[in-house]
Design a protein around this ligand. Structure first.
Ligand SMILES: [Ca+2]
Ligand SMILES: [Ca+2]
Length: 297
């Protein structure tokens, strides 16, 4: 059987085509409003799996990014919980937005950060500032979840890809709508990922291959994001793309002052300025950003 994505295109359902046509960005406000009321033809990807809690070693005594507070290794216990099997797709996020009329913070602020290589020359020519520490991230007016690489980029062919430009506050609003919550950082790190990038010489995740940020060899088949259902499950629970593809927010405030003491179901500090997210593709790798930040990889 032909895979629809790789096929000749004739297998695209009429409903899906109608939906894609309705997403025509030149279509004007009426059509945009009409499409907002349409039900997405993409299969739901909101399935959850039960994760049995337990004790595990969190962090590492051999940190690579010391300033990120990857160490020390400490024994942690977490309770059992449910976890989404997939990243939140554009389609799932659109259901939320259609039902709640929610505006993301990137939409309210009018901009978000995009990797320079992904921005069109026309849009890039208007950029006057950059982040000194990470000049490959550029603030782009009109970048938001519907326009991930800037105002002249669209998601109509990427409805099954992960939603991008979602701040921590946006993620919390989505979770409330979905009747869910973000995982704590400890819950996130409970998963046994293994320590190899390509076990069995297969690709299990979508990451940057090549010299960041100059060249991307697309070894795994994707230069940018991939569908949330792509690649084999990354652990015995059947979770996909948890490592790689889009970055994920966790519930915790950012903290780098860890001790070796045993922690029972830790939830991070009670207050702070930055929220914690898991990225890179090592279990202990972590970073932080303010709750209203959003960006795209
Ligand atoms: Ca890739
Ligand atoms: Ca991910």
């Amino acid at each position: 059987m032909l895979d629809e994505k790789k096929g000749c295109g004739c297998s695209v359902s009429r409903e899906k085509q109608k939906y894609l046509d309705s997403q025509d960005e030149e279509a004007g406000q009426d059509k945009v409003e009409k499409s907002a009321k349409m039900k997405s033809p993409y299969p739901r990807t909101n399935e959850m799996v039960y994760i049995e809690g337990g004790k595990f070693t969190m962090g590492t005594d051999d940190p690579i990014f010391v300033a990120d507070g990857e160490g020390p290794a400490r024994m942690v216990k977490v309770k059992s919980f449910y976890m989404d099997k997939f990243e939140v797709s554009n389609s799932e996020f659109e259901l939320f937005v259609n039902q709640t009329q929610y505006k993301t913070e990137a939409e309210k602020f009018g901009n978000s950060f995009v990797l320079e290589n992904l921005v069109s020359e026309k849009v890039l020519s208007k950029v006057t500032q950059a982040v000194a520490a990470a000049p490959w991230w550029v603030p782009i007016d009109g970048a938001d979840w519907r326009h991930p690489n800037g105002p002249d980029s669209f998601i109509k062919e990427k409805m099954d890809h992960p939603v991008l430009h979602v701040s921590w506050n946006d993620a919390i609003a989505f979770c409330k709508w979905a009747g869910k919550r973000l995982p704590t950082e400890a819950e996130w790190e409970l998963f046994p990922w293994g320590n190899k990038e390509n076990p069995g010489d297969k690709h299990w995740m979508n990451i940057w291959h090549g010299e960041f940020p100059k060249t991307n060899t697309k070894e795994d088949g994707y230069e940018q994001t991939c569908p949330v259902t792509e690649f084999p499950p990354q652990n015995k629970f059947g979770l996909k793309n948890i490592i790689g593809n889009a970055w994920e927010w966790t519930q915790d405030w950012w903290d780098v002052r860890h001790t070796k003491d045993f922690k029972d179901n830790p939830k991070g500090p009670s207050t702070g300025t930055d929220k914690s997210y898991c990225y890179r593709y090592r279990c202990a790798a972590r970073s932080q950003n303010t709750p209203d930040s959003s960006a795209v990889t």
